[in-house]
Design a protein around this ligand. Sequence first.
Ligand code: CP
Length: 303
Amino acid sequence: MRHLLSPLDFSVEEINDLLDLAVDIEHNPDKYKDACKGKKIATLFYEPSTRTRLSFETAMLNLGGNVIGFSDANSSSASKGESVADTIRLISCYADICAMRHPKEGAPLVASLHSTIPVINAGDGGHQHPTQTLADLMTIRSLKGRLDHLTIGLCGDLKFGRTVHSLINALVRYEGIKFVLISPPELRIPGYMKEEVLDANHVEYEEVSSLDEAIGKLDILYMTRVQKERFFNEEDYIRLKDCYILDMTKMNMAKPDMLVLHPLPRVNEIAVEVDNDPRAVYFKQVQYAVYVRMALILTLLNS
Ligand code: CP
């Protein structure tokens, strides 16, 4: 039995196979409509979500399976003090696979140690969000045609943004990747990401504060929201929340084939006027996420 807790749990070859399966699902959905008949996914969401929970549930329904779960820790027995370890033991009696989101880093790992079903990390604190990364990889591969030799700008909250951490972990394994890390000094990428991931893999990167100066050299711009829920101090959040706003003035400085991705939800960091630009692909990313989560459910249930 396998779990997905970090993007590194799958090799590059396994990720390529999974993306190939997702593309086949995209083009031949009928082939997979009964693939999980009689199976259930449990979505255990201790933290708010729109996309991740509903796309996992859509993925399982598209595969002919069923869904159980909760979308709020307060409506579960966690509110009475039940541990993640105990919860997963009983969920293992009800479901065949589960997706867990939790505000505490490492909670899905703890669950996996006590589980008899595959556990998927659907986001743990400011740590990792590996299935968002799979959606990001499918978006880039489908629309750019490759996952190598790209200059990728990651912009916004690089300190708390778990999608950024997972995406960097996944992309350092491809040839010719360069990162431009665009953030205010307070929201720079954590030191462990620089030392253990970027430097350890000899990946080229630069840290800058100006989106205007960086945008012209990017193949991909990955915008992120400032993660309000991770701040200890509201004043700091208010000061930093609008530090970057991508608008058409900035888009006009970008390459004609640069893609704009965002894991969503968006707050103010991308002006609505950008939505109509063909380079804005964040809503396509949402659709790719369903295919890739279908492929992941199939892969984990068959492993
Ligand atoms: N991208 C993402 O994780 O969105 P949700 O928080 O809505 O699941």
